[in-house]
Design a protein around this ligand. Structure first.
Ligand code: F6P
Length: 298
């Protein structure tokens, strides 16, 4: 699925922990596509040099239609068994983990998941890998937008990612002092939004920022700005859609540490016989949750 900053430190930790425990470890290119096609290479301790601080994923990623079929998943398990591989570590979000657990249920091949997505939309962990970095990037961008907003007395609608989840929007709203966050989890009506803006204006607020989570029920930032402008014009209005900027960049310290803990936790979990689980960090401790449970809630 989608890349997330911190995937590289997770890959590194899986490789280094495997070497530490005298296990053979392989890297699979482009996710499930590479798995089905057999793009699988043995890794060594130095295969993951100098990736700890870089964004994206050195293994590359893709969206695989073949893996959505039962035949594709059977072929994937066969590729692993043919090489004498006895467990698979999957790093990704809900789509990747759903694919992984479905493969295990159908083929009996042991897997363990590491949650990595900027959306933070999985339970079984306080934070997913990539969320901290993404919210830092969003905060930095909105701080910059704030400079223009205050210089020109403007109202900005800033759209952020998160799919069906409002974690990025809410955290960034708190960090930047936005007047409102439009979230998928708690619908804010446009009337409510306009009332909040009017109140701010009456209280001598000379500029305002509204953060729009892409999955909120009122639509994207452009659509909301147009609708608001139909009957509200105290400020000149501008829209910024942050897009894939949010998914790039070097992982933050918090994401490097989280990914390292989870990578080691995945290898140690497999060694202790865990399978069908996702490794997470809850209240600072590594924990294991059944993937089906982790997928139930966001
Ligand atoms: O799941 C991560 C994410 O960045 C979402 O926040 C966003 O909706 C989606 O992926 C975008 O996917 P793509 O990169 O395929 O356009």
């Amino acid at each position: 699925g989608g890349d997330a900053p911190g995937m590289n430190p997770a890959i590194r930790a899986v490789v280094r922990a495997s070497v530490y425990y005298n296990l053979k470890v392989y890297g699979i290119s482009e996710g499930y596509k590479g798995l089905i096609e057999g793009d699988i290479k043995e890794f060594h301790v130095r295969s993951v040099n100098k990736i700890l601080g870089s964004g994206g994923t050195m293994l590359k990623s893709s969206r695989s239609d073949a893996f959505r079929t039962k035949e594709g998943r059977a072929k994937a398990a066969e590729q692993l068994r043919n090489r004498g591989i006895d467990a698979l570590v999957v790093i990704g979000g809900d789509g990747s983990l759903t694919g992984a657990i479905t493969m295990q249920e159908e083929t009996g091949f042991p897997i363990i998941g590491i949650p990595a997505t900027i959306d933070n939309d999985l339970s079984g962990t306080d934070f997913t890998i990539g969320y901290d970095t993404a919210t830092n990037v969003v905060t930095e961008c909105i701080d910059k937008i704030r400079d223009t907003a205050s210089s020109h007395n403007r109202l900005f609608f800033v759209e952020v990612m998160g799919r069906e989840s409002g974690f990025i929007a809410l955290r960034a709203a708190i960090a930047t002092g936005a007047i409102c966050a439009m979230l998928p989890e708690r619908a804010t009506s446009l009337d409510e939004l306009v009332a909040t803006l009017r109140k701010g204006y009456r209280n001598h607020k000379t500029s305002s920022i509204v953060i729009v989570a892409e999955g909120n029920p009122n639509g994207g930032a452009i659509e909301i700005a147009n609708k608001v402008n139909e009957n509200y014009n105290d400020y000149e209005t501008k829209v910024t859609v942050l897009g894939h900027l949010q998914r790039g960049g070097d992982p933050s310290c918090a994401d490097r540490v989280l990914a390292s803990e989870m990578g080691v936790g995945a290898v140690e979990g497999l060694l202790s016989g865990k399978s069908g689980h996702m490794v997470g960090v809850i209240n600072g401790k590594v924990q294991y949750t059944l993937i089906r449970e982790a997928l139930k809630e966001t």
